[in-house]
Ligand binder design. Structure first.
Ligand code: GLN
Length: 188
């Protein structure tokens, strides 16, 4: 199993660290040929406008879309925005996941927070401690997209459509490996 991490901006190093902890081979993806031979791709948190613009400059938009037709892709925070079909403003998006996202939905950087979530898909055990940093919400899901988790007030923060996964929060910033293991099971 070899998993790539989009490594042009944001907290890609933390995802790579987590994958290495799980004994998975990793690759940093910066150019289209780096996608060859991967079983899945993680797109990190960071700044979705920057990630989008650099993907345009590096000729990555179409290769990533094509990769996502047949492979697992997981976007965390900015990565989830970049996966979406609609971010309610004009910016480069992959536009392959049937979700509408609302950026910076909780306010500014100082309004970042942590919350314990129920995520049944990870098993019936402990709740999941999620870190939100100037996070988006998933305003609505469409097509075959399923909601995996929502805040107590109903705002959606994790969703899956086939092999595509989107989370508003940052599992790579915790010690909890369950979400990465879940993604590996999708990529298999
Ligand atoms: N606010 C950022 C954006 O809109 C996302 C923040 C993050 O990835 N932690 O792209």
């Amino acid at each position: 199993m070899k998993i790539g991490v989009l490594a042009i901006q944001g907290d890609f190093a933390e995802h790579i660290f987590m994958l290495k902890r799980l004994g998975v081979e990793t690759a940093e993806v910066r150019l289209p040929p780096h996608l060859d031979g991967l079983d899945g791709l993680i797109m990190p948190g960071g700044e979705s406008t920057t990630i989008g613009k650099l993907c345009v400059d590096f000729g990555l938009l179409e290769p990533l879309r094509k990769f996502g037709n047949t492979h697992a892709i997981w976007g965390t925070c900015a990565g989830a925005i970049f996966l979406s079909k609609d971010a309610r403003r004009s910016q480069p998006l992959l536009g392959i996941m049937d979700i509408i996202v609302y950026r910076n939905a909780f306010g500014r950087q100082v309004d970042s927070f942590e919350a314990d979530l129920a995520i049944p898909e990870l098993g019936e055990g402990e709740s999941y401690h999620a870190i939100f940093i100037r996070a988006p919400i998933i305003e609505s899901v469409h097509g075959g997209t399923r909601i995996l988790s929502a805040l107590p007030d109903g705002r959606i923060v994790a969703a899956r459509q086939g092999k595509l996964l989107a989370t508003s929060f940052h599992p790579e910033l915790t010690q909890d490996t369950r979400f990465h293991q879940y993604f590996l099971s999708i990529a298999k």
